[in-house]
Write a protein that binds this ligand. Structure first.
Ligand code: NIG
Ligand code: FE
Length: 394
């Protein structure tokens, strides 16, 4: 395990703190990190006085670049085996996406050992870090039988000890309803085994997956096991998942491509975070969620990769931010806020996604003077450095 670091990040052109009424701190700015936590954000001009000549902490010179919180990718399916490149190629020739494609990844995942699954997560989490992601939510859901779901969650736990980003596990045994009696089995057998290894419970409420009533059953029993509910909702069609997420007070409702104004209002009123996944729409060549609809309704939105082998095989939050700007029409600051503080809220965390006193010292130095460069240079490497709890990890 990495020791929690002391670090002073200096000479930032500007900093997105996501804190209070002035979420943008105009530079030259510095952050003082002690024991892995942010102690203070100060003007570079005041740094000497703040330290009173006493600090021998290591320094990271941002050299006039912009600094943002580490990305919080609040929706991924990083634990799987195999790939479905052939399915993607077939879609390019006109085949439609169907939720049932999940079963191909299920077969490969059932056949994979614990070590194989850990290695896959480690490799992908390293790529996430390359893109500036310091916290990753990881869902199970390619096991769909008790032993494989448990093994996937154990793999997340083991990989979490091996990688720099923090991994947050979600149980998604309800990724499909593959056979009669499955939901009963999930509730009676799978949840008791899997719940101790996860912090949230998710369900794929959609055409070809679970109905609203099936999703409600799963999430309510998940809650009894202490799991925070979240829901894949309105991705492939409008089936009522958003209203269910509001009814249950889910931490997040994810995808929302087909959500209505009423859905947006209900989510905002219930404090459910809409987690928007533009890379999925990009890869499926489907329509995109209406991000502005949720902001106008008063919700705090999150952006995430949805990294999975079927519909969005990317680990790149900079790419997601670029899509959110150019396709959703968000400003760069709105998009980066959603990819940091928004993700943190979706995970019900107040110690990440911000650069403020007490928060974890998780930062990204952008390779440019402004975070707009994330969207201005799509597909390019725009991450100069990543810092995790005060240690320079990239
Ligand atoms: O978020 N929507 C459900 N699950 C994944 C896709 C799963 C797959 O096709 O493998 C998603 O898009
Ligand atoms: Fe998903």
């Amino acid at each position: 395990m990495r020791a929690l670091g002391d670090l002073i990040v200096r000479r930032a052109a500007k900093m997105l703190t996501n804190c209070g009424d002035a979420p943008v701190f105009e530079g030259p700015a510095a952050v003082i990190i002690r024991d892995g936590r942010v102690a203070k954000v100060v003007s570079e001009l005041d740094l000497r006085d703040e330290l009173a000549g006493s600090s021998d902490a290591p320094e990271l010179d941002a050299e006039g670049r912009a600094v943002i919180p580490g990305f919080v990718d609040a929706h991924t399916h990083l634990v799987f085996a195999g790939d479905r490149a052939d399915e993607f190629a077939a879609r390019l020739e006109g085949r439609r996406y169907e939720a049932g494609g999940i079963m191909r990844t299920v077969e490969a995942t059932r056949a994979a050992s614990l070590d194989d699954l850990v290695a896959g997560i480690v490799e992908r989490a390293g790529r996430c870090l390359d893109g500036g992601t310091t916290t990753i939510e990881v869902k199970s859901g390619y096991g769909l039988e008790t032993e494989t779901e448990r093994r996937c969650l154990e793999a997340i736990q083991r990989a979490g000890d091996l990688v720099e980003p923090e991994l947050v596990a979600t149980f998604l045994g309800a990724h499909l309803n593959p056979e009669p009696g499955y939901i009963d089995m999930l509730i009676e057998e799978m949840l008791p085994v899997c719940a101790p290894l996860a912090s949230s419970c998710d369900a794929f409420c959609d055409v070809g997956a679970l109905s609203v009533d099936e999703s409600r059953r799963v999430l309510l029993v998940g809650k009894e096991h202490g799991l925070t509910p979240r829901l894949h909702a309105e991705e492939l069609d409008h089936t009522g998942g958003a209203q269910l997420a509001a009814e249950l007070g889910c931490a997040s409702a994810d995808h929302l491509v087909h959500a209505s104004n009423e859905d947006a209002a209900a989510l905002a009123a219930a404090g459910v975070v809409p987690v928007l996944l533009p890379a999925t729409s990009f890869s499926l060549r489907s329509s995109y969620a209406d991000a502005r609809r949720f902001l106008d309704a008063g919700a705090e939105i999150a952006l995430a990769t949805d990294c999975n082998p079927g519909t969005s095989y990317t680990t790149s939050m900079p790419f997601v931010v670029a899509l959110a700007c150019s396709v959703y029409g968000l400003s760069a600051t709105e998009a980066v806020r959603a990819a940091t503080a928004g993700g943190a809220k979706a995970l019900r965390r107040d110690d990440i996604g911000i650069v403020g006193p007490g928060a974890r010292g998780d930062l990204v130095v952008i390779d440019g003077e402004d975070w707009v460069d994330l969207a201005y240079h799509p597909g390019m490497d725009t991450i100069a450095h990543a810092v995790k709890e005060g240690s320079i990890v990239r």
